[in-house]
Write a protein that binds this ligand. Structure first.
Ligand code: 9WO
Length: 246
């Protein structure tokens, strides 16, 4: 999968994504991450990319033409009309389902705004998806773009090549992950739950599933409404709640 990030701060994006698992996947040829400097497409005397907003108001806007030319340069290389995401608080909120859908694309263009935003006219021409990573305002779209690249990349086959494949993790089933423990068996007087030391795999699986359900009920009840518990599990949870309510 090929990510193309249009930004005024290409170094920020490159530096943030060349580490650890993502960096290794790029070296292995499973991913490519290209940071395109929008300023390279500012063909005016001072290579400026921003100007005052018509109608007045605070700050500066990114002008349409450099953004358009940077996008065209990428689209010419990829062919077709690649999905183009504008990172904005006005977008649909990014979640695991959206990550899975976008991971199916061969090319993905991520447009990062800065200052007070981008001239609306170029957004109308090139943007296919408006995406927010959450309800807060930042200084630019770069960090949200990096969040998306990370979440999508780990769903590309081969990127996580350990035995824990992405599909078995949290948010599958809309359940949170169960608690995990490593050595030592006792730490600060706290023991590892005995079932995990029993070697009884069926019991361990059952305990983990129950822990996931309890956690989701306690910490993210909003997710519980969207997850598919079996009749037996629903009954078990109702029982557990009854036994644990104060
Ligand atoms: C600032 C501003 C000031 C006066 C009038 C209107 C204004 N709009 C903005 C604004 O939205 N600035 C954005 C800053 C422009 C695009 C990049 N910026 C951004 C992206 N902030 N937060 C995000 C973002 C993206 C995705 N998910 C969460 C936050």
């Amino acid at each position: 999968m090929n990510f193309h990030i249009l930004t005024l701060f290409p170094e920020m994006v490159r530096d943030g994504l060349n580490t650890s698992i993502i960096g290794r996947a790029v070296s292995a040829g499973l991913l490519s991450i290209e940071a395109v400097n929008i300023r390279d497409y500012a063909f005016n005397k001072h290579q400026s990319v921003d100007d005052y907003p018509y109608g007045g108001g605070a700050g500066m806007l990114m002008q349409a033409e450099p953004v358009y030319l940077a996008h065209q340069a990428v689209a010419e290389k990829t062919g077709g009309r690649p999905r183009t995401v504008y990172l904005s608080p006005q977008g649909h909120v990014f979640d695991q389902k959206m990550a899975e859908e976008l991971a199916q694309e061969e090319d993905l263009i991520l447009l990062c705004g800065h200052y007070e935003g981008i001239d609306e006219r170029v957004l109308e021409e090139i943007v296919t998806d408006y995406v927010s990573i959450g309800d807060y305002v930042l200084t630019g779209g770069e960090l949200p773009a990096m969040v998306m690249v990370d979440a999508i990349s780990r769903l590309v086959p081969g990127v996580l090549h350990n035995d824990v494949s992405a599909e078995f993790e949290s948010f599958q089933d809309n359940l949170l992950e169960y608690p995990q423990y490593s050595r030592p068996e006792e730490w600060h007087g706290k023991k590892v739950p005995p079932v995990l030391l029993s070697g009884h795999h069926a019991n361990i699986e059952k305990w983990r599933r129950e822990q996931s359900i309890i956690r989701t009920y306690e910490r993210r009840p909003d997710l519980l409404e969207r997850c598919e518990l079996t009749e037996k599990e629903q009954k078990w949870l109702r029982q557990w709640i009854e036994e644990h309510e104060d």
